[in-house]
Every structure is written in C-alpha cells, then in structure tokens.
Design a protein around this ligand. Structure first.
Ligand code: GLN
Length: 461
C-alpha cells in the first residue's frame, strides 16, 4: 500500500464517521495528500523515515504552521500559528502525515471532552444493548475517539492530570504520559506548565512505543526538556519481567470503587505474576491529598498562563469603550465556563494573603507525594500497578456530573499523582466491564524509565 492510498483510506473513514463522533474539528486533506506524496517519493528513493507515510491526528493544543490551532477555545478563533510545535515537527521529520486537528476540552481542562467550544466528542463504544452516547474521556477525547474508531493510525495528546490515560482507558486504546521533560512543551498551548506533558494515544503498546520515540527530544526552546538519549522503546517489548518488582499501592482502593475495577486489578496482578514479576504491597500515604493539591496547583498555573489571551495578541477581540473594557469583554466572551472557574480558583489561591495557605501548602504536599514514590522505588519497586480510572466511560451530559464539578474532578483520582510527581504513566486496555465497555490499568514508572512501562504493559494488553 502506498502512503497516498493509506491517507485516502483515513480521509474517507473520517468523512464517513466524523459527523457522528466529532473527533476532528479540522480536517486537512490537501495538506495530508501533499505530505503523503512526499512520503511515497522518499520511500521510492530509499529514504523512508521511521514513521514514513503514517497518517496521524493532532490534538488542537499543538501549534501547527498555517493550520488553525485553537485549544478548542473560542478565544483563539482564527489563530494560525507561524511556528510548529517541537513534538509535531519531530513527527513530520520522521515522515508522518497530518490528517487534521483533534477536538479536546477547552485548554485541556476537563475529563469528558464536553467543554470544547466545538461540542462534545462521542466515544465510538456503546454499552451492550444501549444506544446511549458515551464520552471518550478528556481532555484528549478527540485523540482517543479517533484512534479507537480508526480515524487515524495514532494521535498526539497531552496529559496534565490524566488527559492521555483516562481517555485511553475509556476507549480501549493505549496512552502514555512520559516523564516530565521527556517531550518538549514548546509550541504546545500551556495549561499548567509544571504538569503538562505530551504523549501518544495509539491502538497498541507497540504503536505507542514507536510514536513516543519520535515525539521525545531535548529542545533548546524548552529548558525543562531533558538531555537524555531516547531509547528504542519498541525494543523493550517482549523482554522478560523476571526479577521485576511490581508495587500495589493500598491507597488506590478508594471508597465506592466498583467491584469489577478491583477484579480487573487482581487480574492484572495475576498476569504480571505469571510473567515472572514479583508483586509487593506498597504504601503511598499522601495519595489522598493529590487531587485537592492538583486543583490548586493546576488552576494557579492556568490563571497565569491564560493571562496572555487579551484580545490583542491572539484570536478573538470584542471591542470595548477602552482597552480594559475590551479585555473584559473579550475574556468574558472568549472563555468557557470551566476555564473561567479555573481562572477564578487560580487567581484566588495566588492572591496576597491566600498564597501561603493554598499555593505554598499545595506545593509542599506535592513534594510529599513525590517522596512517597521515591521511597517505593528506593525500596526496589520497578513499577506500580493501579487501575487507570475509577469507572468505565459515562454518558454524555451526565446530570450528576454537570451539577457538581468536583465529581467530574474525581475521574482523575488515579492519574493526577503521576503528574504531581513528574513520573511516567501508561494506561493499557485490560478488559471489559459488565456493560461491555473497556477498562484500563495504569502502570507508573521511575523517572525516564518508560521502557519498563512499555514492556510491562505489553504483557497486559
Ligand atoms: N481532568 C483534569 C483537569 O481537568 C486533567 C486535564 C488534563 O490532564 N489536561 O484538569
């Protein structure tokens, strides 16, 4: 098959399914055809890159030259960057083909992909015997839905508190958030800069390994990117788990967790044991503070990062009687409800008088969370196995969740700790629930040891 043929097949699949799933907000068929033609020429000339001719979807958070990049927010209407994000540039340099931009929660804030200015993304999965539409999770819901429905071979995604792993778990796909610093954040619209990391969502562990290898790099334009060699992750697949220690953190048995999540976790433990790993109980005592601390740190950083959207430099402008009035009107019209909530929380916790009580306190908690993991790894644990999410995918426009944002935030209970500690985490499909919906397990690794996650996840998938 040629790159052009493969690309045309994906374009047809998108045309047929996107009205129903709303996974892509912008399809770039002309660009895709040019890129695919170039791929075919390089293949013919014997100069194929590692991803030559592979059609990918790109989360709308990544800046793409000349292609509308909006973080699915009204406030970035019409913004076409003059620069390319380092992660996407790495993919193009390896020969990948861009199919278009993928839907997401506005500024990556959400766990259901319902906060997008472009409307909710639909999960291609349905519960057995039901027609109810389900969410794909968020914020990388467009990425997850598109990969699950074969509307791209793989997708870029980002994860600040779970936005790669939770949607992967809800759609039966594989998603890895690498160690903080593994991928450059340059050209990725910032949400919470000390937590944001890019990573792939893919159909299996092997594809995720190949994509991450391409996406990862040290980058002079992001001083938090780390100058370490990027291993050949694919080579790790199939390596033995003998001698490995897998930690099972007691604190992840949360109240009200469905029995079938517990059963899935046990099944995962059994598979890893069978593959030769030793299972040890561990304690991560500060786990219960991770979610509240995250919802201070992330909004604090977001409120600062989002200050730049002022109607002058980017996208939308709503005229006012003077410049301050213009700022206010633009921001009032341009940001959605969830984003405004985060800006208000963030501004509050950073304000004089509250800074020490909230923000500084949350940063201290963050250090304790990180130390919990360090102690476990120092004691010889190689990776940690947990459920990826406390439930399978829920319905679109769930009244319970809409009425109470904190309930929505609880979706991240197993994933945010990893961002707070800067560690790598992978979500891998591990089975179906009683409704026939996918459930995922999460593996958490040592800093920059994504290889161990790939080889261990490969045993589970
Ligand atoms: N759901 C979390 C939030 O809304 C995480 C989002 C993310 O990882 N981008 O903040």
């Amino acid at each position: 098959i040629t790159a052009i043929e493969l690309t045309e097949a994906y374009i047809s699949a998108i045309d047929a399914a996107n009205d129903r799933l709303n996974a892509y907000i912008k399809i770039t068929p002309d660009l895709a055809r040019v890129m695919a033609k170039n791929s075919d020429e390089r293949i013919a000339a014997g100069k194929a890159g590692e991803l030559e001719g592979i059609p990918l979807g790109i989360k709308d958070l990544f800046a793409t030259v000349g292609v509308h990049t909006q973080a699915c927010s009204h406030i970035l209407d019409g913004f076409e960057p003059r620069y390319e994000s380092t992660v996407t540039q790495n993919l193009w340099d390896d020969g990948a083909v861009m199919l278009g931009k993928l839907n997401m929660d506005e500024f990556a804030m959400g766990s259901s992909n319902e906060t997008s200015h472009y409307g909710a993304v639909i999960n291609p999965w349905r519960a057995a015997g039901s027609n109810q539409q389900l969410v794909p999770g968020g914020s990388s819901g467009g990425s997850a839905s598109a990969v699950a429905a074969h509307l791209c071979a793989g997708a870029t995604a980002t994860d600040t508190g779970g936005s790669i792993r939770q949607p992967a778990a809800f759609t039966g796909t594989v998603g890895i958030k690498p160690t903080y610093g593994r991928c450059s954040r340059w050209g990725t619209v910032a949400f919470a800069s000390s937590l944001d990391q890019a990573g792939p969502i893919a159909r299996d562990v092997r594809d995720a390994a190949i994509l991450l290898k391409s996406m990862a790099s040290v980058d002079a334009k992001d001083t938090t990117s780390v100058d370490l060699p990027v291993p050949d992750y694919e080579a790790a697949l199939g390596r033995s788990l003998k001698g490995m220690k897998i930690g099972i953190p007691n604190e992840y048995r949360v109240d009200g967790m469905p029995d079938e999540i517990e059963t899935l976790w046990r099944q995962g433990i059994a598979w890893l044991k069978e593959a030769g790993a030793e299972i040890v109980d561990i304690s991560l005592p500060h786990t219960k503070y991770a979610l509240p601390a995250y919802y201070i740190v992330a909004p604090a950083e977001a409120s600062s990062n989002l200050a730049r959207y002022d109607g002058v430099r980017y996208g939308l402008r709503v005229d006012g009687k003077d410049i301050v009035d213009m700022y206010e009107k633009t921001r009032a019209a341009g940001f959605g409800k969830e984003v405004k909530r985060r800006i208000m929380i963030g501004t509050y916790v950073l304000s004089a008088g509250y800074y020490d009580a909230y923000y500084i306190r949350a940063q201290k908690v963050r250090t304790l969370i990180k130390r919990d993991f360090e102690l476990a790894f120092d004691a010889g644990v190689d990776a940690i196995l947990t459920p990826a999410t406390p439930s399978s995918a829920f319905g679109v426009a769930d009244e319970n969740l809409a009425a109470d944002p904190v309930k929505m935030y609880l979706n991240d209970i197993f994933t945010v700790t990893v961002n707070m500690a800067g560690l790598p985490g992978i979500a891998v499909p591990a089975g179906l629930d009683h409704k026939g919906l996918p459930l995922g397990l999460q593996l958490i690794g040592k800093p920059f040891d994504e290889e161990t996650l790939f080889k261990t996840a490969h045993v589970i998938e």
